[in-house]
Write a protein that binds this ligand. Sequence first.
Ligand code: HEM
Length: 485
Amino acid sequence: SLLLFTVLFLLIADYLKTRRPSSFPPGPWALPFVGNIFTVDFNRAHEALTQLAETYGDVYSLRMGQTWMVVLNGFQMLKEALVTQGDSLADRPVLPLQMDMFHNLGLISSNGHLWKQQRRFALSTLKYFGVGRKSLEHAILDEFTYSGKNISDLKGKPFNPHVIINNAVSNIICSLVFGHRFEYEDERFIKLIKRFDSALQIAASLWARLYNAFPLLMRCLPGPHQTVQQFWSEVKDMIRSEIEEHKKDWNPAEPRDYIDCYLTEIQMKKGDAESTFSEENLVMCTLDLFVAGSETTSTTLRWAFLYMAKYPEIQEKVQAEIDRVIGHSRQPSMMDRANLPYTDAVIHEIQRMGNIVPLSLHHSTNRDIQLGDYTIPKGVVIIPNLTSVLFDKREWETPYTFNPEHFLNEEGKFVKRAAFIPFSAGKRVCLGENLARMEIFLFFTSFMQRFTFSMPAGTKPVLDYCFGVTLAPAPYEICATLRQE
Ligand code: HEM
């Protein structure tokens, strides 16, 4: 009877602690202690969360252990939350997994004064080194030349573009942050890049949810956290050795990259009690820029090749436009974008359908807020469901069809669409948006200028994905045939 009493006591205590306040958003029935987030299929969580909105509306709640989460859906709701009430949602949640791995430092998982100071510095430094400028444009085009050469050496044979594209794209952020690129043959770099994928998949898995729900228990159990922790500490070691190298010939008067500028900032702000510039933070910010800047753009390009192979008539129209506007005697430039409305529309449609950060990153409320009919208290985890916006039936004419016309008017001119928010919106909007847009445009037009993508004989393009923090295409092989020698 003592056992029965204890169980009953725990159930009542759990009910009292986690009961849904009357004005809180509705949601599926939750089990005591465990909650209901575990009813979501984690191999396709973005689709499952979008489906739940059909039953519970644009704002609904889920419970993970003792933690409440609110999922926001649809363009109007995300705009209201992230933009109109953006200040109240500017924080990241302090969850056990993020705390254990990233200590809520750096750019992605930090908050408050530290985040503001680091974000401002990173944005101005990226701008200084040329986001939107010619020098960076040249670096991207040079990188295309290296990767294009490797691909043309394959002479149209089927290949998996994953590693080569990841290397090419990573090299851009590496040039900005470390001041140098890595050779495609560099084994250590290849290994590192390859393991990003699995680290990002684990970060969005059921295991990660369990870790956040029951940290004390999970920390003691064996599981993927040891592997992931080991991986992040290897990346941090690599960054630390880059920093040490920089210190040897660092000259504040002639900064070569982000690390040089940061070292100067640490020096200049010494003695300033408000300063958040430290070597520890430098490692974490560099890690964030490296991860966020490598995986995302390369995933988008891998979707781009697949979509072009699936829709050869669209690929032909892109190539015809590039041939007409740029020709073959020079490389593309950012100035060409305004004259390539169809290509620009295709790029936007690839990003919309590719939906590569399907649930954005978690936010949290830093004060009580009102959304629709509901009150959400301070400290609740917010999931901005970008999938529900990029496929919102109320916003897109043919949400589930690859249709570049979404971004073209009747005269064939490019039109912006407000619901196009693959980079999210508001205070935490992707810090690398301008860089990513530049990379995607220059890489994509360069590939279309030189190659035609098609599936290996006897195979059809399959648009399967692997769910993680990023939604990546399932591994595939493709042929890239040179358009002209
Ligand atoms: C954050 C998307 C490329 C750096 C984010 C977020 C999204 C996103 C959805 C979360 C925003 C939020 O929490 O509301 C993308 C996409 C990319 C891309 C779709 C490419 C196609 C890049 C690149 C960089 C970068 C190239 C490198 C500089 C970051 C950083 C954050 C972030 C540092 C955290 C910002 C913060 O918390 O203040 N990105 N991203 N991203 N992204 Fe990107």
